[in-house]
Design a protein around this ligand. Structure first.
Ligand code: ADP
Length: 227
């Protein structure tokens, strides 16, 4: 087994290349995440955190550089293989939960597993286990609108982990919550990540949350530096 869950090597990304509004967001950005490590990615708004996470999560492609997940080079995969790798190996969490409003919490955690060919019974059992672990088991049959902001985000964590990815990428995962809820929800996320032995790269503005992770990286002028 590979010791690194993620390796980004010399990633460059420019939007609107050759146009007057060209913006070079990443220039030779490199980082590695060891298995089981939780790393904070800290930078001001607009510095390119979302761009970097999208490239690491195979939602976008770099102009240059390599993306290696679990030792496998993902950089030049075709669309189908890229989608399969993303579904199976990467979990993504956003600032807003993006749960499907017409489905229950349980169904929101079951659906990505069905898309990954997991049988219904096994998918439900895993969904219940994950929801129990973050304390929303009793709310499993409610739709997102009937849940609090903190509960919605806990369900979104479970959905991200539903297919047992090896890598979790989170973009300001508690940025939408009040400070107290943010603190509790962040603790739930850390517990879940530690329990499952995942690696996580978590973008945050919050210096206090960043300090609770194993390591802090800064994104500055398109490059990654240790804090
Ligand atoms: P952050 O997540 O740190 O706020 P982003 O990665 O969202 O930063 O954005 C970095 C820069 O790239 C910003 O200047 C933003 O306006 C620009 N940008 C992001 N996405 C696009 C896009 N699809 N097209 C053009 N510019 C973009």
């Amino acid at each position: 087994m590979n010791d690194q869950s993620l390796a980004l090597s010399a990633i460059s990304k420019t939007y609107n290349k050759g146009r007057p509004n060209e913006v070079q967001v990443l220039r030779d950005a490199s980082l590695t995440l060891d298995r089981g490590e939780i790393v904070a990615l800290v930078a001001p708004s607009g510095a390119g955190k979302s761009t970097l996470l999208h490239i690491a999560g195979l939602l976008d492609t770099p102009d240059d550089g390599a993306v290696v997940i679990d030792g496998a080079d993902m950089t030049r995969l075709g669309d189908r293989a890229r989608t399969a790798a993303r579904r199976g190996q990467v979990g993504f969490i956003y600032q807003f939960h993006h749960l499907l409003p017409e489905f229950s919490a349980l169904e929101n955690v079951v659906l990505p597993q069905l898309a990954n060919a997991v049988p219904q019974g096994a998918a439900e059992a895993r969904a219940r286990e994950l929801l129990d672990r973050v304390g929303v088991g009793p709310r499993a049959d409610h739709r997102p609108a009937a849940l609090s902001g903190g509960e919605q985000q806990r369900v979104a964590f479970c959905r991200a982990l539903a297919n047992a990815p090896s890598l979790l990428l989170a973009d300001e995962p508690t940025g939408n919550l009040d400070p107290e809820t943010s603190d509790q929800v962040f603790a739930a996320l850390m517990g879940l990540v530690r329990d499952t032995g995942l690696s996580a790269l978590i973008a945050t503005h919050n210096a206090e949350l960043a300090r609770r992770m194993d390591r802090i990286l800064r994104l500055d002028a398109g490059q990654i530096a240790a804090a």
